[in-house]
Design a protein. Structure first.
Length: 273
């Protein structure tokens, strides 16, 4: 059983939803990332999505775009990101790690080399934003053979055929983009998300994570009441940008947000699930 499957199974038995933070590797500097990952685990997160910095993150809003720009100033490569996972694994062998990014850096490294190195350092899942299932035939079998889950996105306008096609090649969990637009967008309609997830559950047994537009504890708790996982990204990455002049404040601000979300999710879930 993979770390992701095991984690979701354990949370389901506890009637709890996973809290999944996204951070950009190397932001605001490469030395900051691994200590922050450990701190987030201590704050109660269940899975970590680690963003691979990329020069053209087209699915991301300005907050995460600027995070990639800050990380790339250090010439951070995919190899460096894998090195961060290896460093994290020296102290934590339990928390699932998902790499999230774009196809270009992986193609530059080479699929076989990437999958081998990702497996060696303990990566559990890979979410490639710009790789639809129709173009995944070369990579997904390599991931599956190395027991790394290929994670895919679902959109609000994904119809039944599309959901079935994506579910057939996906593993770990499905990431439902809660609204149209880029990361950090606003106007998340919780009721509409719940209705869509009910539709998706009729077509797949994979856990369903919801992300994009999760900005506060109230929204995280509302989504966690029916989703298997809640992903928060821009609200965390923004704290890096807000506190660049006071970097010692960044970790505390991020942990404060995560603790409030975890507490709100657990409180509401214990009352309603």
């Amino acid at each position: 059983m993979s770390r992701l499957t095991s984690r979701f199974s354990s949370l389901s038995k506890q009637h709890r939803s996973a809290l999944i933070p996204f951070i950009t590797a190397g932001d605001p500097n490469p030395q900051f990332t691994v200590p922050l990952m450990h701190a987030m685990v201590s704050a109660g997160v269940d899975i970590i999505e680690l963003g691979i910095p990329f020069s053209d993150p087209m699915a991301d809003g300005p907050v995460i775009q600027r995070a990639s720009e800050r990380a790339l100033k250090f010439d951070l490569s995919l190899k460096d990101v894998l090195g961060m996972v290896a460093e994290f694994r020296r102290e934590d062998v339990d928390t699932p790690i998902v790499l999230m990014g774009y196809l270009n850096p992986i193609e530059c490294m080479g699929y076989t080399q990437f999958v081998r190195d990702a497996s060696d350092v303990g990566v559990d899942g890979v979410l490639i934003v710009d790789m639809p299932p129709e173009e995944s035939n070369a990579l997904v079998p390599l991931l599956n053979n190395s027991k790394i889950d290929p994670i895919f996105l679902l959109a609000p306008n994904s119809d039944e055929d599309r959901i079935k096609k994506i579910s057939a090649v996906a593993g770990g969990y499905l990431y439902y983009v809660s609204l149209k637009g880029v990361t950090g967008a606003t106007n998340l309609a919780v009721t509409s998300v719940e209705k869509k997830l009910e539709e998706i559950r009729q077509l797949t047994n994979l856990p369903l994570a919801v992300g994009f537009g999760v900005k506060n504890a109230e929204t995280a708790a509302a989504l966690g009441n029916f989703a298997d996982a809640v992903v928060v990204g821009s609200a965390l990455v923004a704290q890096v940008e807000f506190n660049l002049e006071q970097p010692e404040m960044i970790k505390g601000k991020i942990i404060e947000i995560l603790k409030s979300m975890r507490s709100a999710m657990d409180t509401l879930n214990s009352d309603t699930r």
